[in-house]
Design a protein around this ligand. Structure first.
Ligand code: C5P
Length: 408
């Protein structure tokens, strides 16, 4: 994705078996566009080597505050100052229980803790990825330290749960490298939706014909899932209401799985009172079979074909947009339109029909199932084009456009 292009990360390793994941993290950071300067504690060197980390980061590794090599292009023997001044963030992964305890007390007796203390606190954020045994993680001293670190402005990431190197099972595993990359990318995104609670509908619906057959469409859900991720990155609390798709839930996003349009409406109706925004990216079926058949329709060999009749599904978005909260501006509604031609004209007409302030048009065949797309935003001011890009890039742009339009 190159989400971290242009970012310079100081990657700190303190002692823990999770150091083996730090090697993978370093590689992933570089692959994502960052430059990486590794700093290791003496304890970290018991678990992995500076040689490995140098090879992966492409830079000499620093391990001691007495290391007199040139750092940050300066020969003043002050690696703790020089290396921290050029960083966009210091990421300590793994952050051991001991290392966090030392940070809480402002200790500065090795290069990494010294650098964390000496960094300009307003300019160089500190992100910790804790890793330890479950009892150590749950211990009141560690939990007290996490709380204090957060109060001091440090970002302490979640821990994973599961089997631990010691053979026990529980909370305290370091997040996987791909989860860390995701959280670090999220950290750097602007937060214009902080305080908002956004609902995103995504994917197709499935309208049952009988217990084994149904009507659906080619929506992959990728655009809606990317929007959910982007809205969460922008600081919102996000709940996805997803039709039947096999996509993984974006980290930190809540998810309700639904099948039919009626299921989707029911779930949204329950969630809407707590929401401040609804982004309706789902490709909701317009019609459903009039009769829900209890048993599988059988072929009887006579060549007779079943007759299906349909009823119209409720227009979920139009119903939400007509509610008093939406009308008053307390609930901001965004619709989508998948068209095959005359996008602007159809999108504007649909926006007025649905009663939403913003409608996002795209060309159906050019988006369904694809990893990239192009969007046309229409509101009462006219149109804004978001040219072809990956769905995540477009989702971030769309979220920024929505944030700009929010009342107040
Ligand atoms: O009318 P059309 O299906 O083109 O409208 C698309 C927009 O309306 C999308 O935002 C879609 O999620 C929403 N919609 C809905 N309920 C329906 C049909 C569409 O909420 N029954």
């Amino acid at each position: 994705m190159n989400d971290l292009a242009g970012k310079h990360i100081v990657l700190g390793l303190s002692g823990g078996i999770a150091c083996y994941k730090a090697a993978e993290l370093c590689r992933a950071l570089v692959k994502d566009g960052a430059t990486v300067q590794v700093v290791m504690t003496e304890a970290a060197e018991q678990f992995t080597t500076a040689v490995t980390m140098q090879a992966l980061s492409g830079r000499p590794v620093f391990t001691s505050q007495w290391d007199a090599r040139t750092s940050g292009g300066v020969d003043n023997n002050m690696a703790h100052i020089n290396l921290s001044r050029e960083a966009d963030a210091i990421v300590v992964a793994p952050a051991s229980a001991d290392f966090m305890a030392r940070l809480v007390h402002g200790r500065a007796d090795d290069l990494l803790s010294l650098m964390c203390l000496a960094r300009p606190i307003d300019k160089v954020p500190l992100i910790l990825a804790p890793a330890m045994n479950r009892e150590m993680w749950a211990h009141p001293a560690t939990q007290r330290n996490v709380k204090q670190l957060r109060a001091d402005g440090t970002t302490v990431l979640d821990v994973g749960a599961g089997e631990q190197a010691c053979g026990e099972t529980g909370d305290g595993r370091m997040l996987e490298p791909e989860e860390l990359i995701y959280d670090i990318a999220r950290f750097f995104q602007p937060k214009p939706l902080a305080g908002q609670h956004v609902l995103v509908s995504a994917g197709p619906t499935f309208e049952a014909i009988d217990p084994v057959r149904g009507l659906t469409n080619l929506s992959s859900g990728k655009m809606g899932f990317a929007i959910a991720r982007a809205a969460h990155e922008a600081g919102a609390q996000v709940t996805l209401v997803a039709g039947p798709v096999g996509l993984p839930t974006p980290r930190g996003v809540g998810r309700v799985n639904v099948k039919s349009a009626q299921n989707m409406q029911k779930s949204l109706d329950l969630l809407v009172p707590g929401a401040t925004g609804v982004i309706s990216a789902a490709a909701v079926a317009d019609w459903r079979p009039a009769l829900a058949v209890e048993h599988k329709i059988k072929k009887d060999g006579s060549g007779a074909v079943p007759t299906l009749s349909f009823v119209e599904n409720p227009d979920i978005l139009a119903t939400i947009a007509a509610s008093p909260r939406a009308k008053s501006g307390a609930l901001y509604c965004v619709g989508f339109a998948a068209e095959s031609h005359d996008l602007e004209e159809h999108a504007q007409a649909k926006r007025l029909r649905k009663g939403v302030p913003l409608l996002v048009g795209n060309i159906g065949p050019a988006t369904f199932g694809q990893d990239d797309n192009a969007l046309l935003l229409v509101d009462d001011q006219g149109m804004t084009e978001l040219p072809r890009a990956s769905k995540l890039v477009l989702a971030r742009q769309l979220v920024a456009e929505i944030a700009r339009r929010l009342p107040g």
